[in-house]
Ligand binder design. Structure first.
Ligand code: C5P
Length: 207
């Protein structure tokens, strides 16, 4: 099997930055799987639908096109919550499964998400569970939003992150949890360079 590196963990833990760097380092394609759920949610919201409605959300997931994931309005608080809602619907997850597997089939991949090591690629050679304290993750998300000019209140953002993680971990369909064979990387006190260096150490014996 081609090399697959699975990166899972809660919101704003630094998964995307790390996964992108690992992909460049190992010359692998990179897939941010959160974008699939965000784009699904965006389609439902744009159509005036309810992201918690299984039929509307599943239809949106089945109709997803690559352009949907390239939209610039996917990383905003309204979509954070709606993405988590559509992601709890089994038919939505089923509709997005084949795309994720096919993405890595030929050349391998680095994928980040919530269920890459548990459901999408349980046989991945290397699995990292990337986490950080909720306070630190709230600060990172707040900095990212304000840098992009999106108005954000730190306490509200941190509370929303806690709520979303709790929902992602409590759902029955592919809940957020480390795979049994995942290596945990806590980035609370690590900047992006240090997190990358630590990830390479952890992966050394695996890839
Ligand atoms: O990673 P990101 O914050 O962009 O993900 C948005 C939401 O999509 C998450 O809160 C989660 O509910 C869902 N998601 C998921 N499984 C994945 C990736 C994202 O359920 N593999």
């Amino acid at each position: 099997m081609s090399l697959i590196i699975a990166i899972d963990g809660p919101a704003a833990a630094g998964k995307g930055t790390l996964a992108r760097r690992l992909a460049a380092h190992f010359a692998l394609p990179y897939l941010d799987t959160g974008l699939l759920y965000r784009a699904t949610a965006r389609r439902v919201l744009d159509a005036g639908g309810n992201p918690a409605d299984p039929a509307a959300a599943a239809a949106a997931a089945r109709a997803l096109s690559p352009e949907d994931t390239e939209r610039t309005d996917l990383r905003v608080p309204q979509v954070d919550e709606a993405a988590s809602q559509v992601a709890s619907i089994p038919a939505v997850r089923a509709a997005l499964l084949d795309f994720q597997r096919a993405f890595a089939a030929t050349n391998g991949a680095v994928l980040d998400g919530r269920d890459i090591g548990t459901v999408i690629f349980p046989q991945a050679q290397a699995k990292l569970f990337v986490t950080a304290s909720a306070e630190e993750r709230g600060r990172r998300r707040w900095r990212e939003l304000t840098a992009r000019g999106v108005p954000a209140d730190l306490a509200t953002i941190t509370a929303e992150i806690r709520t979303r993680d709790a929902a992602d971990a409590a759902r029955t369909a592919a809940p957020l949890r480390p795979a049994d064979d995942a290596m945990t990387l806590d980035t609370s006190h690590l900047d992006a360079d240090a997190a990358f260096a630590r990830a390479l150490e952890l992966l050394a014996g695996k890839v």
